[in-house]
Design a protein around this ligand. Structure first.
Ligand SMILES: CC(C)(COP(=O)(O)OP(=O)(O)OC[C@H]1O[C@@H](n2cnc3c(N)ncnc32)[C@H](O)[C@@H]1OP(=O)(O)O)[C@@H](O)C(=O)NCCC(=O)NCCS
Length: 235
């Protein structure tokens, strides 16, 4: 349930942007000339281009990350949760997207589509005591250089400024489709214990997220066979 207490602590967008200037996010460890900034409406097309390089439509289908329309709605509704990483020449090389949710509600079984569509209502201010990550991607040639961690750390700092208690994530298991003899749960256990490296879930665990459980029929992700992994990190 919404509480007046939460609402009272929500900064206005202008106030939040002022506070955001004080966020001390770590630099990418490779010292790449990459900066992280809020996503803007003008980024819609480059963002979809980036998404199609990270999630080729031939394998993932068109608009795997979300339609341009819903990404635009998220930006209008919760701009504080939408970030991009760009090179000095302005080319986007990374993006992260999160929404604001009620922790108790987000712990119930859900699909990514339900989460993307239904956690906000037009005309309402974002509220809720948790962040929920719905997208994190880095240009393939730039992966493994600290940009993903950089984007997540900025979201973490932002969540703390907003007074959120937790950061949930519906993460992928990109290597699941290569496992012929393991169930999704067995594969997840191996990744969690550090016995197998998963290129998507591995970085999230390295960033301090912990596994809460499997989400069945979470996405249409062919690599993860439709499964998602619900992750949690205290803010
Ligand atoms: C998953 C993804 C966003 C991570 O971003 P990234 O910029 O490549 O990750 P980073 O370089 O910031 O690495 C984050 C952590 O994972 C570790 N890591 C990354 N790749 C690794 C590898 N191949 N082996 C071991 N550790 C690795 C890093 O060491 C780092 O931990 P550290 O800072 O403690 O050293 C990125 O690889 C990607 O876009 N993948 C495809 C899209 C996708 O699957 N997104 C969904 C994520 S749920």
């Amino acid at each position: 349930m919404r509480t007046t207490n939460l609402e009272r602590h929500d900064p206005s967008p202008r106030e939040w942007r002022r506070r955001a200037e004080d966020i001390e996010a770590p630099r990418p460890r490779s010292e790449l000339p990459v900066r992280v900034r809020f996503r803007a409406q003008r980024d819609a097309e480059p963002l979809m281009d980036l998404a199609s390089r990270v999630f080729p439509p031939a394998r993932f289908g068109k608009g795997f990350l979300g339609s341009e329309e819903i990404l635009r709605r998220h930006l209008a509704w919760f701009p504080e949760g939408q970030w991009v990483a760009e090179r000095a020449d302005g080319r986007l090389v990374g993006a992260s997207m999160c929404l604001r949710v009620d922790l108790g509600e987000a712990l119930a079984p859900h699909t990514r589509h339900q989460l993307m569509e239904s956690c906000f209502h037009d005309g309402e201010q974002p509220w809720g005591n948790a962040l929920y990550g719905v997208g994190l991607m880095v240009e393939p040639a730039y992966q493994g250089k600290g940009i993903g961690r950089f984007l997540v750390q900025v979201q973490v700092e932002m969540g703390r400024v907003l007074g959120c208690r937790a950061f949930l994530w519906g993460a992928r298991m990109a290597g699941l489709h290569k496992q012929e003899n393991l169930t999704a749960q067995a594969y997840l256990d191996r990744v969690r214990l550090g016995l197998t490296w998963d290129p998507s879930l591995g970085p999230m665990l390295a960033m301090g997220f912990q596994v809460l459980g499997l989400l069945e029929r979470y996405t249409v992700d062919p690599d993860a066979l439709g499964y998602g992994t619900l992750l949690h990190r205290t803010l």
